[in-house]
Design a protein. Structure first.
Length: 726
C-alpha cells in the first residue's frame, strides 16, 4: 500500500485513549484549499495550530466516512511568515521585537529555523542584527527544540515564561493535555489567568462559542468579577445575569442549568438565593467553625499578679497606662482570642509593647509571632514594637507559582501567640488560610481600625468579627497623641466622626485652595517648601484617590518625577509602555514576590538600569533597592513596579509618612467618601497638607460608605457560637 504524506494543521482532538494513545483528530490541509479531514492512529499530545507531516493512507470508515490512517507523523517547525514572526518575537527570544523577527524571516525564508539549527552563521545575512541578538536567537532556537512540549505549546500562543512556570507548577507533566482538554479550568486553578486569556487560547484550540466549558467559565468568572469589584462575598441571580451578558452578550444560555452543573461540582454554592464562589463560602464557614473551636489547648499561666506587673512596668518605662489600655492587656492574658480597635494616636502600639514585655515574663518559652497584611505594615510594626514582624503571606509561606500557602492544617505554624496588626486590610480568604494553620496557636490578638478602608479582597472581616459580639473586644477612643499637639490626629478623628468645621492654618495641618488644573503646580510648590524645611524625597508622600485625570496619580507622578528626580547625563532611563523609569526614581512594587522578599506596596528606589546590549541575556534590567534588599527586574517584570511619588490612598494603607500631601478635588467625586478621607489623613505622622477644593473635602467627610459590603460571616459566627454553647 502506497504511503502518502500530508502536511496539515492540527485543529482539535475528537477522542484520545490516554492508555494506548489511539486518537481521532481533526486536521486542516496546509495548502490553499485548507480542507478539513479526520485522522486516526496512535498519536501523542498534538500541538494546536501546529503543522505536522502525516504519513499513512486513506480508509473509508463504514460509519464516519473517509479517514486518514496515520502510521507515523512529525512536527514541523513554524514555516509560514506569520507563525515565524510570532515565534521569533515571543518571550522565548528576549530583546527580539517584531520588527527584527520580520527581518529574519524576510531574509532567511520560511525554512529559517532549520537553517539556524544547521548553521547559526546564516543570521549574519540579516541586516542590522547584533552579535548579542544572534546569540539570543541561536540559543532560543536550540533551547525550544530541546524543551518539553508544554513550553513549546504555550510559547507559540504568547504565554509569558512566568505564567508557563505557574501552569507547569499546577499541572505538572499533564499541563498541555489538561489545558487542551479544557483551557477554561485555568481561570480557577492558575493565579493571573482570567476569562479573556483562557477564552483566547480556547478559540485558538477551536472550542465552540457555545461549548459548555466556555459558558460555565463565563458564569464563574462573572461571580468572581462581581465579588472583587464590590467586596461582597456573594452575588444575587439578577446581578449575575447582567454580568454574564457583558461577557457573552449574544449567546443564548440557560443560566439555571449552568448554575445547577456548577453547584453539583461545588464550584458555586447557592444558599437562600445567595450565590457564592466556593472559596468565599468556605472562607466564611471555615472562619466561623475554626474560631468556635479555638484554641485546641489553653496556655496555662498564673496571672493573679498581672495588675501589679503592669504597675511595675509603668515605673520601669516611665509610662502611665489609661484604664482601657490596662483592660486591653488584661483581656489579652485572660482570653485566647481578642480584638483591639482604635484610630491613630489611641495607644495601640503602646499596648503591643506592654503585652510583649509582659508575655516574656509570663510565657518565657512561648514563640510570639507578629505579622501584618503588607510589607510596609509589617516593617512599621517591627519598628514600633522593637520586635521582628513579617507579612501574613511570608508567615504562611505563600508560593508564587502555585498561588498556594504551604502552611496549613497539615503543616501548621510554629507559634504559641499570634498578633496581627492592620487587620482591617485582611480579607476573608486570607484570614481563613491563616486560621487553618493555627492549630498549635494558643492566643490570637487582632489589632485594627474599623473605620479605615476595608480589604481589597471580598469581605469585611474586622467589622463582622466586632459586630458579631462573639469575642472580647477593646475599643480605644481616647487620643493620646493629641497631648503632644498633633493637629493631624485631631483632624483624623474629627473626620471619622463626620464633623468638619473647616481647616485652620495649624502647626501640623494646612490647606491650599486650587482648581484641578492647578493641582500639579501647587503640589510641586508644596514639595519645594518641604525641601526647604529639611524633608527628603522619602519623607514626602503624595496621596490621591484615583489614577486618571489632570489631578490623578499618573499625571502627578509625571510632574513630580521631573521635579524630585530630574533627568541628568549620568542617570540612565528606560521606557516601559507610557512610563519612563530613571535611575533614582521612587517606585512601588505592585505584586508580591516572596522569593525576592518584596511585597505589594513596598516602596524603593531605582539604583541601576542595565541596557540589553550590556546584559548577558540581552535583556533590559532594572535594579531597585528596598531598604537592605536589592531586586533585579527583567524586561518582562518591569510591569511589577510603578512610580511612587504619588500613590493611591488604598496602597498607602498600613503605612505612615512624615509628611503627606493630599489633593482633594471634585474631579474625584465618584471616589470621595469618609473612610477614604480618614485613611489618607491618618497616614501623616507629622504634617499634612491638603489642597484643592474645600467642597470636595466637605463632600468626602459627609459621604458615608456608598456601598455596604454584603457578607454573611457575622450571621455564621453567631449561629456557630450559639450552637457551640447549646
Amino acid at each position: 500500500m502506497e504511503i502518502l504524506k500530508i502536511q496539515a494543521v492540527f485543529t482539535y482532538m475528537i477522542f484520545r485513549n490516554a492508555e494506548n494513545g489511539y486518537s481521532v483528530a481533526r486536521f486542516m490541509t496546509y495548502d490553499k484549499q485548507e480542507k478539513e479531514f479526520t485522522a486516526t492512529g496512535i498519536m501523542g499530545e498534538l500541538k494546536s495550530e501546529s503543522v505536522y507531516d502525516l504519513y499513512g493512507h486513506y480508509e473509508e470508515h463504514p460509519r464516519y466516512g473517509m479517514q486518514f490512517q496515520v502510521e507515523r507523523y512529525e512536527l514541523m517547525q513554524p514555516n509560514d511568515s506569520g507563525s515565524l514572526i510570532r515565534y521569533f518575537s515571543s518571550p522565548a527570544f528576549p530583546g527580539i521585537g517584531r520588527k527584527l523577527a520580520q527581518a529574519i524571516v524576510n531574509t532567511l525564508g520560511e525554512d529559517v529555523i532549520q537553517r539556524i539549527i544547521h548553521d547559526g552563521e546564516v543570521l549574519n545575512q540579516v541586516p542590522g542584527i547584533s552579535q548579542k541578538k544572534r546569540e539570543v536567537i541561536i540559543e532560543g532556537v536550540h533551547k525550544l527544540a530541546d524543551l518539553d512540549d508544554s513550553v513549546v505549546f504555550f510559547t507559540q500562543y504568547g504565554v509569558a515564561p512566568q505564567m508557563i512556570a505557574k501552569i507547569q507548577a499546577t499541572y505538572g507533566e499533564d499541563a498541555v493535555s489538561l489545558v487542551k482538554e479544557n483551557p477554561y479550568r485555568m481561570i480557577e486553578e492558575i493565579d493571573g489567568i482570567g476569562f479573556a486569556t483562557a477564552d483566547k487560547l480556547a478559540h485558538a484550540l477551536s472550542f465552540r462559542e457555545d461549548h459548555p466549558f466556555r459558558l460555565e467559565a463565563a458564569v464563574l468568572a462573572a461571580v468572581l468579577a462581581l465579588c472583587m469589584a464590590s467586596g461582597n462575598t456573594y452575588v444575587s441571580l439578577s446581578q449575575l445575569e447582567r454580568e454574564v451578558r457583558k461577557t457573552i452578550p449574544l449567546m443564548s444560555i440557560n443560566l439555571e442549568d449552568i448554575l445547577a452543573e456548577l453547584t453539583v461540582r461545588r464550584s458555586l454554592i447557592i444558599e437562600e438565593n445567595r450565590i457564592y464562589h466556593h472559596t468565599q463560602y468556605d472562607a466564611e464557614s471555615g472562619i466561623a467553625q475554626l474560631l468556635a473551636d479555638f484554641p485546641e489547648t489553653i496556655m496555662p499561666c498564673d496571672i493573679t499578679d498581672l495588675n501589679s506587673a503592669i504597675s511595675k512596668m509603668e515605673q520601669e518605662f516611665h509610662i502611665t497606662y489609661e484604664a482601657m489600655q490596662r483592660q486591653a492587656m488584661v483581656t489579652f492574658f485572660e482570653q485566647p482570642f481578642a480584638i483591639i480597635s482604635g484610630g491613630p494616636g489611641t495607644g495601640k502600639t503602646t499596648i503591643v509593647k506592654g503585652i510583649l514585655h509582659l508575655a516574656a515574663h509570663y510565657y518565657p518559652q512561648a514563640r510570639i509571632v507578629l505579622c501584618a497584611p503588607t510589607g510596609r505594615a509589617a516593617k512599621r510594626l517591627s519598628q514600633l514594637s522593637d520586635s521582628d514582624a513579617m507579612t501574613i503571606h511570608s508567615l504562611l509561606k505563600w508560593d508564587l507559582e502555585s498561588n498556594r500557602f504551604m502552611k496549613d492544617e497539615k503543616d501548621p505554624l510554629d507559634a504559641d501567640i499570634l498578633i496581627i496588626d492592620e487587620f482591617s486590610m485582611v480579607d476573608a480568604w486570607l484570614f481563613y488560610s491563616l486560621l487553618r494553620a493555627c492549630q498549635p496557636v494558643h492566643k490570637i490578638l487582632l489589632i485594627g481600625d474599623r473605620d479605615q478602608l476595608p480589604s481589597v479582597g471580598p469581605g469585611c472581616v474586622l467589622q463582622d468579627l466586632m459586630e458579631s459580639e462573639c469575642f472580647p473586644m477593646i475599643s480605644l477612643q481616647k487620643i493620646f497623641r493629641q497631648r503632644e499637639g498633633s493637629d493631624v490626629v485631631a483632624l483624623a478623628h474629627e473626620i471619622r466622626e463626620g464633623h468638619f468645621n473647616g481647616l485652620k492654618q495649624a502647626k501640623d495641618t494646612a490647606f491650599f485652595a486650587c482648581q484641578p488644573y492647578e493641582v500639579s503646580k501647587r503640589v510641586k510648590q508644596i514639595v519645594a517648601s518641604a525641601y526647604e524645611k529639611g524633608y527628603q524625597n522619602n519623607d514626602i508622600q503624595v496621596l490621591a484617590p484615583m489614577y486618571n485625570g489632570i489631578a490623578g496619580i499618573d499625571a502627578l507622578n509625571h510632574a513630580l518625577q521631573e521635579m524630585m528626580n530630574p533627568p541628568a547625563e549620568y542617570k540612565r532611563e528606560l521606557r516601559s509602555g507610557y512610563r519612563l523609569f530613571r535611575e533614582g526614581d521612587k517606585v512601588m512594587q505592585l505584586k508580591n514576590q516572596p522569593d525576592d522578599e518584596v511585597y505589594n506596596g513596598d516602596i524603593g528606589t531605582i539604583e541601576e538600569i542595565i541596557y540589553a546590549q550590556e546584559d548577558v541575556s540581552n535583556q533590559n534590567r532594572v535594579i531597585v533597592r528596598y531598604d537592605d534588599v536589592l531586586v533585579d527586574y527583567t524586561q518582562e517584570q518591569i510591569y511589577h513596579i510603578t512610580h511612587a511619588y504619588c500613590i493611591s490612598i488604598h496602597k498607602a494603607q498600613g503605612s505612615e509618612y512624615p509628611i503627606v500631601i493630599m489633593p482633594m478635588v471634585n474631579e474625584y467625586r465618584h471616589m470621595l467618601q469618609r473612610r477614604l478621607m480618614y485613611t489618607g489623613v491618618s497616614r501623616a505622622k507629622k504634617s499634612l497638607v491638603l489642597l484643592g477644593e474645600l467642597s470636595a473635602i466637605q463632600r468626602a467627610v459627609s459621604a458615608q460608605v456608598k456601598h455596604l459590603r454584603l457578607s454573611t460571616l457575622k450571621d455564621r459566627l453567631q449561629r456557630t457560637f450559639y450552637d457551640a454553647e447549646v
